[in-house]
Design a protein around this ligand. Structure first.
Ligand SMILES: NC(=O)c1ccc[n+]([C@@H]2O[C@H](COP(=O)([O-])OP(=O)(O)OC[C@H]3O[C@@H](n4cnc5c(N)ncnc54)[C@H](O)[C@@H]3O)[C@@H](O)[C@H]2O)c1
Length: 250
């Protein structure tokens, strides 16, 4: 049994939508295992530096809500490299506000980036994967999408939608050699969570709700993502893998 070969992504082409705290680790994880990674982010400077740091990667500036730009990026990637093996959607925003104060603009922005952007990347990359009869898609969600935690209505609803679109695409493409799964890290100290973690007491409040007792580090879901992208996950589709210190079990 050649376990190393299971996680060898040499010659594979991986697109990562969102290169923030967690996305950066995903780009590095695939590049370290031999893949060429397209690191895409609305912050072009960040995309460039994440790609340079990872080595075998190209940084691209993109707003994931722009369907024409997403289609162009995916078309150019498929043309240049001949295929897209893996898509990982991590780009998201988090708004922390009482439901009665949530604005229409923040609701639309959350749904636009977290849901529509994920769907647009899935549709453009998925089209090439279905045509080719092979591909792996991994979408980032959160246990916030499966529970009713206060002060984050738009985020929770968007992450529930990501679970739903993941299951729907998994079923539609089940006979096409394409798997679609989701990963849900626990609370992680990245820029995303700044609205919650600006108060140090909030960090310990979050940690107290995690059975393992600590925030998950930004690289906690690299292993789960590599596994779901590997040949070993051939039979897993429509699943959400929680890497959250047991939070989803409570
Ligand atoms: N950090 C956590 O506590 C946590 C917990 C559970 C799930 N998650 C999920 O993990 C994923 C990654 O989160 P993170 O902590 O790395 O967040 P992050 O804020 O560090 O990174 C998000 C990235 O998305 C990019 N982005 C924002 N809008 C964009 C757009 N329109 N187009 C393209 N890129 C855009 C940002 O520039 C940023 O680089 C998210 O989907 C998040 O919901 C995070």
């Amino acid at each position: 049994m050649n376990v190393d070969a299971w996680f060898d992504f040499s010659d594979q082409v991986v697109v990562v939508n969102g290169c923030g705290g967690i996305g950066r680790e995903i780009v590095r994880g695939f590049a370290d295992r031999g893949a060429h990674v397209i690191a895409a982010d609305v912050d072009g400077t960040r995309a460039g530096s994440v790609a340079r740091e990872a080595g075998s990667a190209t940084g691209v500036q993109i707003d994931n809500r722009d369907g024409a730009a997403v289609e162009q990026l995916i078309a150019e990637t498929a043309q240049q490299h001949g295929k897209i093996d893996v898509l990982v959607n991590t780009a998201a925003v988090y708004v922390r506000v009482p439901a009665l104060e949530l604005t229409e603009a923040d609701f639309d922005r959350s749904m636009g980036i977290n849901v529509k952007g994920t769907w647009l990347f899935c549709q453009s990359a998925g089209r090439r994967m279905v045509e080719r009869g092979s591909g792996r898609i991994i979408n980032y969600t959160s246990n916030a999408g499966a529970r009713g935690s206060a002060l984050q209505l738009a985020y929770n609803a968007s992450k529930a939608a990501v679970i739903s679109l993941t299951k729907t695409l998994a079923v539609e493409w089940a006979r096409s050699g394409v798997t679609v799964n989701a990963v849900a890290p626990g609370p992680t100290d990245t820029e995303l969570m700044a609205p919650a973690f600006s108060d140090p007491a909030a960090i310990s409040g979050f940690a107290d709700r995690i059975p393992q007792g600590e925030l998950t580090p930004p690289d906690a879901s690299v292993g789960p993502v590599l596994f779901l992208a590997s040949s070993q996950a051939r039979w897993i589709t429509g699943h959400t893998l929680f890497a959250d210190g047991g939070m989803s079990a409570t």
